[in-house]
Write a new protein. Structure first.
Length: 165
């Protein structure tokens, strides 16, 4: 008798478990899964946003590199060759060829630098030329030089610098 009673109780418990317990556990697991998927979705959205920013940054960098590859940059510097012998070195530190390269210095310093080679027809990347600089007792320690050039489309560019002797 007792075994039959136990069996009936077990059977009722098992039926209740199947009717109420398993669905409750399934609902709880579904809620937990839903919450986790929402968290994963938010993380994925942040990752997508970061990827988009990274791609935009890379695109800007490539565009900047492409622009730099088409630009010339003309610079000037006075260099000492030997005692009392100076030259102004003008060079292209950009990556493109510069055309009609010239330089301008203030009127009061015109006698210091000879302009024998300018306008220089074209100056390729990494190339340079030199002009003679006369240094005497009244020569200033520094003066302004404005280099000018055109790109291959004919657009004028300039760069202002202070050069020192």
């Amino acid at each position: 008798m007792e075994i039959i009673k136990l069996w009936v109780n077990f059977k009722e418990f098992f039926i209740d478990l199947v009717q109420y317990g398993f669905p409750t556990i399934a609902i709880i697991l579904s809620i937990i899964s839903f919450i986790d998927s929402r968290k994963a979705g938010k993380i994925q959205d942040k990752l997508n946003e970061l990827e988009e920013k990274l791609k935009k940054y890379e695109l800007e960098e490539k565009e900047k590199e492409r622009e730099e590859a088409t630009k010339a940059n003309i610079e000037a510097r006075v260099v000492k060759i030997s005692k009392g012998n100076y030259k102004m070195k003008i060079w292209n530190s950009g990556k493109a060829t510069a055309y009609d390269v010239d330089f301008v210095i203030p009127e009061e310093y015109k006698d210091i630098v000879w302009k024998t080679k300018v306008p220089y027809e074209f100056l390729e990347s990494g190339k340079n030329f030199e002009e003679v600089v006369f240094v005497h007792s009244g020569t200033p320690d520094k003066f302004k030089v404005i280099t000018t050039w055109n790109d291959k489309e004919g657009i004028s560019h300039s760069k202002e610098q202070i050069v020192s002797i």
